[in-house]
Ligand binder design. Structure first.
Ligand SMILES: C[S@@+](CC[C@H](N)C(=O)[O-])C[C@H]1O[C@@H](n2cnc3c(N)ncnc32)[C@H](O)[C@@H]1O
Length: 245
């Protein structure tokens, strides 16, 4: 599976609508607000990747961050984020951008965010590593990069991954996937979606090779208790707070 195939999920009108509704119904997670306020100053230029319909960029604008550039690979999401931004009469710029091939200058941004698992929805470890390198390149030294990702070692999933390992050993894994930890499945709404459930050691190794230092790696549930609308929107996920060395 390549990057554009994984994108077909996000192009569906109902999926775009799901993320659009999250802008007002969910807004910034409590955990995101805590972390962003700790790391980023309102006047700093921040690149947001995988913005979807704008939940984070718009939430940050409301917190007083007026230099967040919201970007997404999916042009349908970009159009929706622009529409919502205009309807609210905010000034969040929204652009199309592929995290694995950024059209920005070296050291252009003071910070970066890839919220709600977008990085782990890029198929192929090499592609995810390339995205980490690209994000590192466009940041100034010492800048922070925050992202979340599904975690393979989360409680309650051990037996699933044990069975999955047996399938891989017999060569009987889903032929659409390429790395152990990949999931390609039909969700409750009948759409096929790709997600990589990462192993923290692998992610740490890739981040370090891409030029980051890991400051915090913690499950959202270890950071704070989110209200029900956030937990309905996204189950527990791992926050990574990393710094360009
Ligand atoms: C789970 S959604 C999160 C959307 C939004 N951040 C939110 O929290 O509501 C992940 C987003 O990542 C985007 N994405 C996936 N691969 C990408 C890539 N290579 N470059 C940029 N964005 C990508 C998808 O199009 C999708 O909008």
């Amino acid at each position: 599976m390549d990057i554009s195939e994984a994108q077909t999920y996000f192009q569906q009108a109902t999926v775009v609508d799901h993320y659009a509704r999250a802008v007002s119904r969910v807004g910034l997670w409590k955990s995101e607000e805590l972390i962003f306020k700790r790391l980023f100053q309102p006047e700093q230029s921040i690149l947001e990747l995988g913005c979807g319909a704008g939940r984070i960029g718009i939430g940050m604008w409301e917190l007083g961050y007026q230099r967040v550039l919201a970007t997404d690979y999916c042009k349908e999401m970009v159009a929706e984020a622009r529409r919502i931004n205009q309807a609210l009469e905010y000034g969040v710029p929204v652009q199309q951008a592929d995290a694995t091939n950024l059209q920005f200058e070296d050291g252009e941004f003071d910070g970066a965010i890839f919220g709600f698992n977008g990085l782990m929805q890029i198929p192929g470890r090499d592609n995810r590593f390339q995205a980490m390198q690209e994000i590192n390149r466009v940041l100034k030294p010492g800048s922070w990069f925050v992202f979340t990702g599904h975690d393979r070692n989360r409680h309650g999933r051990k037996s699933f991954w044990k069975e999955e390992r047996k399938l891989w050993m017999k060569g009987q894994q889903n032929p659409m996937i390429q790395d152990f930890g990949d999931l390609y499945y039909e969700n409750d709404d009948g759409y096929w979606m790709f997600i990589h459930a990462a192993d923290s050691k692998e992610v740490t190794a890739d981040l370090e090779e891409a030029g980051f230092r890991v400051d915090v790696s913690a499950l959202r549930s270890e950071i704070c208790l989110e209200p029900p609308e956030v937990r309905d929107f996204s189950d527990d996920t791992r926050f990574w707070v990393v710094q360009k060395v």
